[in-house]
Design a protein around this ligand. Structure first.
Ligand code: PA5
Length: 544
């Protein structure tokens, strides 16, 4: 009988059984395959357990379908990006999969879990309103080349691609310390000051605001400092924390960022005056470079607990490192779930196939729209608690792409609020804008509109409807107005819900989309030379 799989096809599956001679893989309810030990890696594989794990999602190439759908032969090494390296814990000389895990998980156990995961489709991209003049799939060859370059670490700025596989290699001991420190902060403080700027605070703020929503009931108030020279902001915060129990997370890779260092000096003096040097040191946590910069020696001298910003991950990618994780955990958000989201996305987006990788589809669509003269990308959300996701996204795309006189300008609006201000320009202004609308399918909160007897405000026509339903209608009406009437292309990105897992998944989606999109411009996505210019001038004026 003919079946739907063919030689050379790239497929996803789950490893359900490991035997000394190979790994069994389930592709769908009717189809299984075997990766023979010789097809796992270019290395000589002695013990397959050092290369693959039971329950692991994999992408493989079909190399033989002749035995039918229950006995496909698959290969990992035939795909550069899936080929394995020895993952043995070298210090202990043990395979990562203990003996007990050799064997099978039954199909009955693994299939529902896997299918459920696949069904979820955490982040969906819809290009049906993007008014593209051409086919995304025409870019497949470029995408293949860039994907390989990104994963092989041969592209521009590849020293800063540590985020690519960070979810599979972050320091678990430090992760445990982050959770312990977060608990201590919750016990010792009413207010946590998160002192950092740019990549050293935007990710944490995006996560905390997106996941907790506005006016969340929380025992720990989080205030972001060290991100401005506004004297009013700095003085007001110093006044506000008087009499409150305070903890501080100062975050700076360089330790020399003036906004952060200046605010931190004032906060440090406040803390030492209130608590004394010793107790202040128990309440201050520093996230910084392992060796370099000014903050590490300062923290060591003062006795602060420190967390490391990895060398190979730039500020705008650092939300998945201690930079983001400590404040996020202190806010009471499940960072295990967040990192699981990053990990699953790391797997899901590790394919160049444009029909299977929505991050790359989005990346290509941006470049196509740019060629159509759409040089401003408007990040649109219909939830006010997405405001800082938009700020984070603007840094990610603006700092990565705006170089060498190139790049789409990232901007943002929050609807329907901004439909009463910026809406006019988007509808009728210069036709150089496209919108990227990020929707949350399931809101954190919802309620029905109540009925009123006299209907003086004439709102009874909405009685019994949910607030989220009304918001959706506002979106649908706006989409039609902008796309059909205004000719403004809309890329729609839907996110299943605002939880920690989805946040982790979403940020990785944007990381990979960004890397692909910027490499398509032949620009280094990972440096930011332009940000030094204002500093040089400012230091001259300050007499540094
Ligand atoms: O992404 C970046 O590189 C910047 O936004 C930095 O994170 C920001 O300037 C803060 O730098 P630092 O962490 O050295 O204080």
């Amino acid at each position: 009988m003919k079946h739907k799989y063919t030689n050379g096809q790239i497929v996803e599956g789950v490893i359900t059984g490991i035997q000394p001679y190979g790994a069994f893989v389930v592709l769908d309810e009717e189809t299984t395959g075997l990766i023979h030990i010789s097809e796992v890696s270019d290395d000589f594989v002695r013990d397959i357990r050092q290369y693959v794990t039971q329950g692991e999602h994999i992408i493989a190439k079909i190399i033989d379908v002749s035995e039918g759908p229950s006995q496909l032969r698959l290969s990992l090494k035939a795909l550069n990006y899936s080929s394995r390296k020895d993952r043995t814990d070298k210090d202990n000389k043990r395979p990562l999969v203990p003996d007990a895990e050799l064997g099978f998980e039954t199909l009955e156990t693994i299939m529902p879990r896997w299918l459920k995961q696949k069904e979820k489709d955490m982040v969906k991209v819809d290009l049906s309103h993007a008014l593209l003049e051409g086919n995304v799939l025409d870019y497949q060859e470029d995408v293949n080349r860039i994907h390989e370059m990104l994963h092989a670490g041969t592209g521009k700025g590849s020293d800063y691609t540590g985020w690519l596989d960070w979810a599979n290699r972050y320091d678990k001991e430090e992760f445990a310390r982050i959770k312990t420190a977060a608990k201590r902060i919750q016990e010792q403080a009413d207010v946590l000051l998160v002192c950092g700027i740019g990549g050293s605070y935007l990710g944490a703020r995006a996560a905390i605001e997106m996941l907790q929503g506005p006016y969340a009931q929380s025992d720990l108030e989080i205030i972001y400092v060290g991100n401005t020279f506004s004297s009013t902001a700095i003085v007001r915060i110093l006044n506000y924390i008087k009499g409150k129990r305070v903890a501080v997370n100062v975050i700076s890779k360089s330790g020399t960022t003036t906004e952060t260092a200046l605010a931190f000096r004032m906060i440090r003096q406040h803390m030492e005056a209130v608590y004394g040097e010793e107790e202040a040191a128990q309440r201050i946590y520093a996230t910084t470079d392992a060796k370099n910069g000014l903050l590490k020696p300062l923290a060591d001298t003062k006795g602060y607990e420190t967390f490391v910003i990895p060398d190979d991950i730039g500020g705008r990618f650092s939300v998945i490192t201690p930079v983001g994780l400590l404040p996020i955990a202190a806010a009471g958000i499940d960072i295990d779930a967040l990192m699981q989201g990053v990990k699953d996305a790391t797997f899901e987006f590790n394919t160049p196939d444009l029909t299977a990788n929505p991050a790359y589809t989005y990346a290509v669509a941006r470049r196509m729209l740019e060629k159509q003269g759409k040089v401003t990308e408007m990040f649109v959300s219909y939830e006010t608690h997405m405001l800082f996701v938009a700020e984070w996204w603007k840094q990610l795309f603006g700092e990565s792409e705006g170089k060498e006189g190139k790049g789409i300008l990232p901007a943002s609006v929050n609807f329907s609020t901004d439909l009463h201000s910026m809406g006019q320009h988007i509808q009728d202004g210069t036709k150089n804008i496209f919108e990227t609308v990020v929707l949350i399918d399931n809101p954190i909160e919802d309620m029905l509109v109540p009925e009123e007897l006299n209907d003086l405000d004439q709102m009874n026509y909405l009685a019994g409807k949910s607030l989220h339903w009304i918001n959706q209608k506002a979106f649908e009406g706006t989409l039609e107005a902008h796309e059909v009437t205004g000719g403004v292309p809309n890329i729609l990105i839907s996110i299943e819900k605002a939880d920690a897992y989805t946040f982790g998944y979403m940020v990785y989606f944007f990381f990979t989309a960004l890397a692909m999109s910027v490499y398509m411009l032949d620009v280094n996505p990972f440096d930011q030379p332009g940000v030094e210019v204002y500093k040089k001038n400012m230091f001259r004026l300050l007499g540094k």
